[in-house]
Design a protein. Structure first.
Lengths: 468, 276
């Protein structure tokens, strides 16, 4: 029975994202993971032989690699997951071409509305496939490519092949290998030299079915002097069994180009979110990751910037909020491979109702990366004694002539702060929310207004719900 | 003013949550429109009385009562006390990093003016609120930039006190306890504060001024002056008593009330300096 997706959720309703659609799949591979399933996915997509071989090689790597022995506890049965589900025959260029039930889902998530207001392009992925795609016409004329990665393999094979899996090879880690074997969907973006895209490109990832695995693969190439801001949002309904989201995101930021990648992750609390994200930045280029993790049961995600040439910069700003039953093991990696490169990591985490947040970060400076600078600030706020916060900073510095700063703080919401606010008429929940919003304010103000509003609203929802 | 508008404190005994008794039977009645000065040496329990009236969780009322009309104040949470019309200007206000003064004040003013409001319900319309806030800041000769700064974050001592007065002006309580709102201000600033408090208070606010100095009382001539020593109000007089204490200190009081003076000395021995 379909939930009534037309009903508009009231403000403050905790389960705004917890609805599912009775959508009929066009094709659903059987549960489980083996070479047959991988071949089937490749066949469905009519892929070239090199990609099929790449997938099968990756599966072997996945099978050979042990589970990570650090981070969070992963209690997943890889044979109890659907690896591929095709929700529609083809991708819509207008929302009218999208099957009704799926369109209603995205209506309810507010995507078409946002598209009209302030986006330069949209991709909407439902289960394994991108079911809707748009890009403003003037950008198409300037040579900007914004499509799903499957289409890109067909239409821009040389461009894809030049970069695909060069930043994150399958052997990088077990979940990168898994993604490489079964990937489907994700965004492919190419911004030509000197093209500066004023408004964000947005992708929205939705898991709808139970026991579903979503494995999108994103590749972004920002050519010399170009600029782009890409935003992704992710949600899913709450089921009693676990689902898996395991993406790979590779970004190339060429000479003097800029890329900003913003994530607002609000998966349901039954989802393992195990994602590998990495960018390389060339001479004078700037890569910025803004990473908001509010949902999921366990997130393990450490967006990385490799600064390959002089003057490259990397910035990683992250917010993690963990409530009951959640563990956010999030952080950042910066690798200085050339002189005069600079990086900045700011991480803020909030733990509530027994939630656990960990900051795990690496600052690596290669020998010869003289005059490089890095600063790391991580602040944790713990709302009650049942909750936990940990910091795991790793430093690997092979160069003497560098400036490295690291600051960490852990604080609890003070009784005195709460008393001060409540003595002015604020209720205790309102006062706590205000303190938490203030705590993340330095990061929120970096976001475009629409996303800042969205983040604040999600934080308020987290603060209201005792069981998120 | 009718009896229903009186703040009554009867035989109030207050201990810290660690069990140390600070107030040992305070009696005080404040009617709306009255100005009371509360004076006493450091550590005699002045701030504790303010905290107890406002409901600070670090203090426990072990005996006695606080009522506002027929409402039992001790049964109320701090935010309910604020909504009932009680205000405490803190001696040391807390910094809330990342929260703008304007946002904080808009929430506070909405709750105090609509006592039944639940979280998430609408706030005073932005335009209306801004207009009022700007007007109040003009009156207090405060820079508009103040509203965009984070609550008490990086404020000088004087700025904090002026921010407390701005809150008083915006919330317009029935009863205000001003805990050393003059400390940290220079003489001119105290005069401005004194004038502002008198303007805000008007004829219908009951004010309890905790102070060491005479300047704050300049425009707020106390109807009553109370002297607290060793956790008890030992003497009550008119404005002339405040003047006497300013000029001559507490030696006469200590001599006249040896039992309270002994209790006061005992309190100070076990207490870190300036904690209360």
């Amino acid at each position: 029975m379909a939930t009534d997706v037309a009903a508009k959720p009231k403000f403050g309703e905790i389960n705004k994202y917890d609805f599912h659609t009775d959508s009929k799949a066009v094709f659903k591979a059987r549960k489980g993971l083996d070479a047959d399933i991988v071949r089937q996915i490749s066949d469905m997509k009519n892929e070239p032989a090199w990609m099929r071989d790449f997938r099968l090689r990756s599966l072997e790597i996945f099978n050979a690699k042990p589970m990570p022995r650090w981070g969070g506890a992963i209690d997943l049965d890889f044979q109890d997951i659907y690896y591929y589900l095709k929700p529609a025959d083809r991708q819509g260029k207008t929302w009218d071409e999208v099957p009704d039930e799926i369109k209603k889902t995205f209506d309810r998530l507010g995507i078409p509305e946002a598209e009209k207001k302030f986006l330069a392009g949209v991709k909407a992925q439902f289960e394994s496939e991108v079911i809707y795609g748009s890009l403003k016409e003037d950008l198409t004329k300037q040579g900007v490519i914004f499509t799903d990665t499957d289409t890109a393999i067909r239409e821009y094979p040389d461009l894809v092949r030049e970069y695909f899996a060069t930043i994150i090879p399958p052997a990088d880690n077990k979940f990168a290998a898994l993604n490489s074997a079964v990937w489907s969907g994700g965004s492919f973006i190419y911004v030509p030299k000197g093209v500066k895209i004023e408004f964000p490109l947005q992708a929205y990832f939705r898991i709808n079915a139970e026991n579903m695995g979503q494995f999108e693969r994103t590749l972004i190439i920002v050519d010399e002097g170009a600029e782009v801001h890409y935003v992704e949002g992710c949600t899913a309904p709450m089921y009693s069994t676990e689902s898996l989201h395991s993406a790979v995101v590779e970004i190339i930021v060429k000479k003097h180009a800029r890329c900003r990648y913003t994530t607002i992750q609000n998966w349901a609390n039954n989802i393992y979110n195990l994602v590998t994200k990495r960018a390389v930045a060339y001479e004078g280029a700037l890569m910025e990751w803004i990473d908001g993790n509010l949902g999921s049961r366990l997130t393990m995600k450490y967006p990385a910037v490799y600064m390959m040439e002089p003057g490259a910069r990397g910035e990683i700003l992250s917010i993690a909020f963990s409530s009951a039953g959640q563990h956010q093991d999030a952080g950042a990696k910066v690798v200085h491979c050339a002189p005069n490169t600079s990086s900045r990591i700011i991480s803020k985490s909030i733990s509530k109702n027994g939630g656990r947040s960990s900051y795990r970060g690496l600052v690596k400076v290669e020998s010869g990366a003289r005059k490089s600078k890095s600063s790391v600030v991580c602040d944790a706020l713990i709302l009650d004694s049942a909750s936990r916060s940990d910091t795991y900073p790793y430093l690997e510095i092979d160069e003497q002539d560098v400036t490295i700063g690291h600051e960490a703080s852990v604080s609890r919401i003070g009784e005195e702060q709460l008393f001060y606010l409540t003595s002015r008429g604020l209720s205790e929940p309102e006062a706590s929310t205000m303190i938490v919003n203030g705590f993340i304010e330095p990061l929120i103000k970096e976001l475009p207004m629409e996303y800042a509003v969205e983040m604040n609203r999600l934080i308020e929802l987290q603060m209201e719900g005792s069981v998120g | 003013m009718s009896d229903s508008e009186t703040l009554k404190i009867k035989d109030l005994h207050v201990s810290t949550t660690e069990g140390k008794e600070i107030l040992r039977g305070v009696n005080l009645e404040i009617k709306r429109g009255e100005v009371h000065a509360l004076m006493g040496p450091n550590g005699s329990g002045k701030s504790t009385l303010g905290y107890a009236i406002m409901g600070h969780p670090g203090y426990e009322v072990t005996q006695g009562s606080i009522t506002l009309g027929d409402q039992d104040v001790l049964e109320m949470e701090p935010n309910e006390r604020a909504r009932a019309g009680i205000f405490l200007a803190f001696q040391r206000p807390m910094a809330i990093p990342g929260v703008k003064m304007a946002d904080f004040l808009r929430h506070a003013a909405t709750n105090v003016r609509r006592p039944d409001r639940k979280e998430g319900e609408e706030l005073i319309p932005m335009r209306e609120f801004r207009k009022e806030l700007n007007q109040k800041m003009d009156q207090l000769r405060m820079d508009k930039e103040f509203a965009r700064r984070y609550v008490n974050d990086g404020f000088s001592g004087g700025e904090m006190k002026r921010a407390e007065i701005l809150q008083l002006a915006m919330l317009r309580p029935k009863f205000a306890i001003l805990d050393e709102t003059d400390s940290g201000l220079d003489v001119d600033a105290v005069r401005l504060a004194s004038q502002s408090i008198a303007d805000i208070g008007g004829k219908d606010m009951g004010i309890l001024i905790i102070t060491h100095h005479e300047h704050l009382l300049e425009h707020n001539r106390p109807d009553f002056t109370h002297v607290i020593l060793g956790g008890r109000i030992v003497e009550t007089g008119g404005p002339e008593l405040a003047l006497e204490l300013h000029k001559q200190g507490y030696d006469r009081i200590r001599a006249a009330y040896p039992e309270a003076a002994a209790a006061d000395a005992a309190l100070k021995q076990t207490e870190p300096a300036g904690a209360h």
